[in-house]
Design a protein. Sequence first.
Length: 285
Amino acid sequence: MRIANLQGRAALVVAEGFIDIGEASDGQFSSDTSDVIANLDAFRIWAAQFDHLAPNAEQLAALATDERLSTVVARPRQIFAIGLNYRHHAEEMNLILPDAPMVFTKFQSALCGTHATIPVVSDSTDWEVEMVAVVGRGGRDIAIEDALDAVAGYCVGQDVSDRELQMAGAQPQFSLGKSWSNFAPVGPWITTSDEIGDPNELTIQCALNGVLMQDWSTNDMVFSIKEVVSYLSSVVELLPGDLIFTGSPHGVGQGQKPPRFLKAGDELVSTIQGLGSIVNPVGAY
């Protein structure tokens, strides 16, 4: 099952297009994707009537080009991001693997949808494809064995980074350097957990102008999705609609030899197996 945000309203993705959830359910379910995934068990029962309309891969690819698609969760109360969470990425950055999840945030105003233009804010604007976990039930002190049950689904994300601001000053500015406008594209929709099986066994890719720059597997994560969710919940309460950027594999611009950063006129295509692709043009700031 796939739940999209179509011009600000929650929609079920089906073979022929999108079904407005609020209208089709006569108000039983909200038009806000956060509310829908907070009541995912009941929603599954209601949505089962449309199972015969499930889209195939070709139809999904066509639907993902719809310009009406917007940020999968419009107003998440919390956005978490995990740094250096892929072994080979830490190696390309010449950094030591963390002993615990390295947590920062991307601010809400950075969120955008699958077709939004990424601005080149400095000469070191970088790409980082990431799997984004969308919290469903949430809670506190979630055991590792129960952690994936707290996740409603997943989507494709880009943790766009201004390396100049990120590394400015004596201490890094991770959160600020990764939160310019449109620095957090997510999409094309939320694919519910039951559709993908093990989230740590998926191919994750990023192409720049048609050239594959990142092509790896989510099984290279230092801390698995369930470990990250459990760890975060040991400190904060996870809430329905929260987004968790779970780290990027190697192949980022800063890791190229020589480094290659984004330029106006570029195009990023970020893809994760089973979740689809997001396409983001790059423009001048």
